[in-house]
Design a binder for this molecule. Structure first.
Ligand code: DGT
Ligand code: MG
Ligand code: MG
Ligand code: MG
Length: 243
C-alpha cells in the first residue's frame, strides 16, 4: 500500500476561520420553497402551520447548538446568531453552516406530521445556508432590522395580492393594481376593499418569529415570540442577549 503524507493532503483544505469577536449569523433558506409550498398546498400568502414548523425547528437548533443565542425567522428562512465568544467561531465556517443546515432539515422532516397530519411529505425539503460575520452590535441590529422590514414589506404586499386574487382579479391585474403603491396605500386598499385592518393581522405574519433563551423563575428556557426587534424596546427588555 502506498503511504501518503497526511500533512500534504490536508494542505489542500481551506483553513478560513470566522472573524473572532464578531457576531456570526447563519442564515438558512428553503430551496425552491415556491414549489415546495405549492406541492404541499400551503395556504396563501401565509401558512401558519408551515411557519410554526419552521419555529419548532429553530427551537431545536437553539437546544442543540448552545452557542446560538438568538434567532429570527420569516417565510422559509431563519437567521441564527452565535454568541460572540462562541468556541464555534474558531472552527471552520463550513462545519458550522453544514451542521446547522442538516440538523434543521432533518428536524423539519421529523416534525412534519405533527404540523401537517393530513398531508404527506411528497418531496424532500432542503435548505441552503451561509454565515456572515458582523463586526459590531449596531450592524447586527441593522441586519435583524433589515430582515424584519423585509418580512413587513413582503407580508403587506402578499396580503393585498392574494386578497385581490381571491376576490376574482387575475394575477396580472392584481400586480398592476399594486405596482408602485406605498405602505399607506396598501393599508387603505385592505381597509376599503376588504374591511381588513392590517394591524390586526396575526403578529407572527406581520413581525416574523424570534426564538431565544429567556430566564423565567430562575431557569432558562427557549421561547418563541413575535415582537418588534427594530426598536430599542425589545433589546432594552432583554439586555442579556447581546451583552
Ligand atoms: P430559492 O430560495 O431561491 O431556492 O427559491 P424559493 O422559491 O425558496 O424563494 P424564496 O426563498 O425567495 O421565497 C420563499 C418562497 O416560499 C415564496 O416564493 C413562497 C414560499 N412560501 C414560504 N412560506 C410560505 C407560506 O406560508 N405559504 C405559501 N403559500 N408559500 C410560502
Ligand atoms: Mg435560497
Ligand atoms: Mg427559499
Ligand atoms: Mg426565502
Amino acid at each position: 500500500i502506498k503511504r501518503i503524507d497526511k500533512d500534504y493532503i490536508k494542505y489542500f483544505q481551506s483553513e478560513a476561520k470566522l472573524m473572532p469577536y464578531t457576531w456570526a449569523v447563519i442564515r438558512i433558506d428553503g430551496c425552491h420553497f415556491h414549489k415546495f409550498a405549492d406541492v404541499h398546498k400551503f395556504e396563501k400568502p401565509n401558512d401558519e402551520q408551515a411557519l410554526k414548523l419552521m419555529n419548532e425547528c429553530a427551537v431545536g437548533v437553539l437546544d442543540e447548538f448552545r452557542e446560538v443565542i438568538f434567532s429570527y425567522g420569516v417565510s422559509d428562512e431563519y437567521s441564527f446568531i452565535l454568541k460572540r465568544s462562541s468556541h464555534l467561531q474558531r472552527t471552520n465556517p463550513s462545519d458550522i453552516v453544514s451542521s446547522v443546515v442538516s440538523f434543521f432539515t432533518s428536524m423539519y422532516v421529523m416534525k412534519w406530521k405533527a404540523f401537517f397530519p393530513l398531508t404527506d411529505l411528497v418531496c424532500q425539503p432542503s435548505f441552503d445556508g451561509r454565515v456572515v460575520c458582523y463586526p459590531s452590535t449596531e450592524i447586527l441590529r441593522d441586519y435583524l432590522s433589515w430582515r424584519q422590514v423585509d418580512c413587513h414589506i413582503n407580508n403587506q404586499y402578499n396580503t393585498c395580492f392574494w386578497m385581490l386574487v381571491k376576490s376574482g382579479k387575475s394575477r396580472s391585474d392584481a400586480q398592476q393594481i399594486l405596482k408602485g403603491t406605498q405602505s399607506q396605500e396598501k393599508m387603505e386598499l385592505l381597509a376599503n376593499n376588504f374591511g381588513i385592518d392590517y394591524n390586526t393581522i396575526g403578529e407572527m405574519l406581520r413581525l416574523g418569529s424570534s426564538a431565544f433563551w429567556e430566564e423565567e423563575n430562575g431557569c432558562s428556557k427557549i421561547v418563541v415570540q413575535h415582537c418588534n426587534i427594530i426598536d430599542d424596546g425589545f433589546w432594552g427588555a432583554h439586555p442579556c442577549i447581546l451583552a
